[in-house]
Write a protein that binds this ligand. Structure first.
Ligand code: PAF
Length: 284
């Protein structure tokens, strides 16, 4: 695997690949890679001839009170994992390479509506930062397809809507959530958990599973399911952000008839903000 730090070098490395009519799959990341990211890389190897990944901790998607400064940087370990799982090129630019004129004058991409709810309401400006950096990375790599994890379900929808609205031909692929044996969704932020918090953390997924069962049984209202789920999380030691049952089509409150739903959760445990989701089909 070749590691590249500049856009010029990246473009020249990928030119011959494109001329040879080879397909490129792209996996953007912020590094501190784990098996969840590796499932994206392995999927990428199945979708294209050449796999490009990026590591860039994007300051534009963090607000002032968030974990930008302490976000773990583990480039050497990340390179070894990427290489072992079939990545061909790692693009690892610094902030000056990504934002040469600074972030203030950077053109911004805003995917309206969907960016302002759920995580977008809790983290104002977050999805503008994500959509902007992903657009820039797409313009640098020019992949045929790009793979994102479904743990960040709303992020995946923001990017799907963005590529559709901007008439991009990049195929967006959502890869299943990778979980630890106890059900906790793999995330770089799990590294912030103390031993005790790590023991409690799977309650997030267990509570989502409880909500799936309750929704299917239809014995209690959606409102009561949400409230009881929040109470379960708080009893375990979480601080609530949101627990929502939404339409999978647009992440809005579903109509009575809608059967394709998604349970979306965000909650704080100690200093870690954890997210998870489960997709449900009430017809099956
Ligand atoms: O999901 C992430 O790791 C980031 O939001 C992404 C897509 C790499 C953009 O910085």
């Amino acid at each position: 695997m070749k590691t590249i730090h500049t856009v010029a070098e990246l473009r020249s490395a990928l030119k011959s690949i494109r001329l040879a009519d080879k397909k490129i799959a792209f996996v953007p990341t912020m590094g501190n890679l784990h098996d969840g990211h590796m499932s994206l890389i392995r999927r990428a190897t199945k979708e294209a001839d050449v796999v490009v990944s990026s590591i860039f901790v994007n300051p534009m998607q963090f607000s002032a009170n968030e974990d930008l400064e302490r976000y773990p940087k583990t480039l050497k370990e990340d390179q070894a994992l990427l290489e072992a799982n079939g990545c061909d090129f790692l693009f690892a630019p610094d902030a000056l390479e990504m934002y040469p004129d600074g972030r203030r004058s950077q053109t911004q991409i805003e995917v309206s509506g969907i960016s302002d709810i759920l995580c977008g309401a809790s983290r104002p400006g977050h999805f503008v930062g994500v959509a902007t950096v992903v657009t820039k990375l797409f313009n640098m790599v020019h992949p045929d397809c790009a793979i994102f994890g479904t743990k960040d379900f709303q992020q995946l929808m923001v990017i799907e809507n963005m590529t559709r609205d901007l008439s991009s031909s990049i195929r967006i692929i959502g890869e299943e959530i990778a979980r630890a044996d106890d059900g906790l969704a793999l995330s770089s932020r799990n590294g912030y958990l103390s031993t005790e918090e790590r023991r409690i953390a799977p309650v997030l997924y267990q509570t989502a599973l409880w909500a799936v069962g309750a929704l299917k049984q239809k014995k209690i209202s959606v409102e009561d399911i949400r409230e009881q789920a929040q109470q379960k999380l708080e009893a375990a030691g979480f601080i609530r952000d949101y627990f929502e049952i939404r339409s999978r089509a647009n992440l809005l409150t579903p109509s009575e008839e809608e059967s394709k739903l998604v349970i979306l959760i965000a909650a704080y445990l100690g200093s870690a903000r954890l997210i998870d989701n489960i997709q449900i089909d009430l017809d099956n």
